[in-house]
Design a binder for this molecule. Structure first.
Ligand SMILES: [Zn+2]
Length: 436
């Protein structure tokens, strides 16, 4: 074996990933964590499939058959389309790493280069087709889930119907028996299964079945894009069933279809015909839109809390009442640069050492799209955000400030309503009625 070629290989093995990436013209990656940068793959494209980690001296590509590697030679092989199983391909990858020709080697023939470029072109075509297929499958899946959620809501009983009795009694229990306006968008299901996990055969398991309240999520055009389910047990605390998996308590609320960017209309909204001539993705039938003249919006995480504030202020005729479903949809994503350490809460790291819990900060992530968090109708110039007082105060506080910063404009004022510590507004109503 030629010692010149062996020395050449040895030299290529010593090159770091960082150095080779620069020599091979890897560009457009964004920093993401210690030593890591992420972005499109120069060979097979995508948006975030490719990463290099200069601390671990590793690279990775989700479009590569081998996934990635811990040396510059395998990186050069992926980027240059070299077949490293053969000695010629391996030496060619080393040549790319070092930026010079193989010693004593024949320069790559026209035919060999054409074959290598054809291989590269095929890798690119296969991964472009795969990406397109994944995107359309994800879109089709989302559309199916949206249609199922819309169907579930559309097929459930109105509150005024006999089947709605359980939900009316639930709301009366949670809201101190105060009178409520008509709630045409809240519906009832008599026996809704609660799916949690799979059995050994991979089938979904219903760990509970019982009455549930169903509410729609509507997108900014008013089309129903998802639904929100709340299971009810009138005999249980807060009138919701105690659901557990092992020792872990489970949420008694679930969302189906899409939620992010949508809201749950409660009071002040009306049915409207579908947008003609411009079909929305997966939309059918009626839309739910804000009534004209209502320029104020009261919005909280939960349905019950928002209704409690409506009761307290007499459901103003200038106001739209809506729920965001959860804090993430209300607040939107945070700018990670402004996340902070919790002053007292800790969590063990991978080595078991206790570290301060990281809390998402009060600054919205720049460049958000309409699907990242709840959108406010254009007619609204005054906004009241309802905070939950029974959640962790630092994270909730930062999230509410983030929602305020995100939704405040030159034409819209935003205020936050805080309940007393440890309570939410619905609790206040029931306490008041118990005391009365
Ligand atoms: Zn790749």
């Amino acid at each position: 074996m030629s010692s010149a070629a062996d020395l050449f290989i040895e030299e290529a093995r010593a090159v770091s990933i960082a150095e080779a990436a620069e020599r091979l013209g890897v560009a457009g990656l964004k920093p993401s964590g210690t030593g890591e940068s992420v972005g499109p793959c120069p060979t097979c494209g995508g948006t975030d499939r490719f990463s290099i980690n200069t601390t671990k001296n590793a690279w990775n590509c989700r479009g590569s058959v081998n996934g990635g590697g811990r040396d510059a030679i395998s990186l050069a092989a992926h980027l240059g389309g070299h077949a490293v199983k053969g000695r010629d391909g391996f030496l060619a990858a080393c040549a790319d790493v070092l930026g010079r020709q193989v010693p004593d080697g024949e320069p790559e023939t026209e035919g060999a280069r054409a074959a290598r470029e054809a291989r590269l072109a095929q890798v690119r075509a296969v991964s472009a087709a795969k990406a397109a297929r994944q995107q359309s499958e994800a879109g089709a899946y989302r559309d199916r889930e949206r249609a199922k959620a819309r169907g579930k809501w559309g097929a459930s009983a109105e509150l005024a119907a006999a089947a709605g009795t359980m939900v009316r009694r639930y709301l009366a229990l949670r809201l101190g028996g105060h009178a409520l306006p008509a709630l045409p968008f809240l519906r009832a299901l008599g026996a809704e299964p609660y799916w949690q996990g799979d059995d050994e055969a991979g089938r979904s398991v219903a760990i509970h079945e019982g009455p549930a309240m169903v509410a729609p999520f509507v997108d900014p055009q008013g089309a129903v894009m998802g639904c929100h389910l709340t299971w009810i047990d009138l005999a249980a605390p807060k009138a919701r069933p105690l659901l557990r998996q092992g020792a872990e308590p489970l949420a008694t609320k679930k969302m189906r279809g899409s939620k992010m960017g949508g809201l749950i209309p409660l009071v002040g909204w009306s049915f409207a015909p579908p947008l003609s001539g411009k079909p929305l993705a997966g939309a059918s039938g009626d839309r739910i839109v804000p009534e004209p003249g209502r320029t104020r919006l009261v919005i909280g995480e939960g349905i019950e809390n928002t209704l409690a504030v409506g009761i307290a202020e007499g459901f103003r005729r200038d106001t739209l009442y809506a729920a965001a479903g959860d804090l993430g949809n209300l607040a939107g994503p945070a700018d990670p640069k402004c996340n902070f350490a919790h002053p007292s809460l800790t969590r063990p790291d991978v080595n078991g050492k206790l570290r301060a819990l990281r809390v998402q900060g009060p600054v919205p992530k720049p460049g958000q799209g309409p699907g990242d968090a709840v959108q406010v109708p254009g007619q609204v110039d005054e906004l009241l955000l309802i905070a939950d007082g029974d959640s962790e105060p630092f994270a909730t506080g930062a999230a509410m400030l983030r929602a305020k910063a995100r939704l405040e404009t030159a034409h819209r004022v935003v205020a936050i309503a805080w309940p007393p510590a440890g309570a939410d507004f619905a609790d206040l109503l029931t306490r008041r009625s118990e005391a009365a």
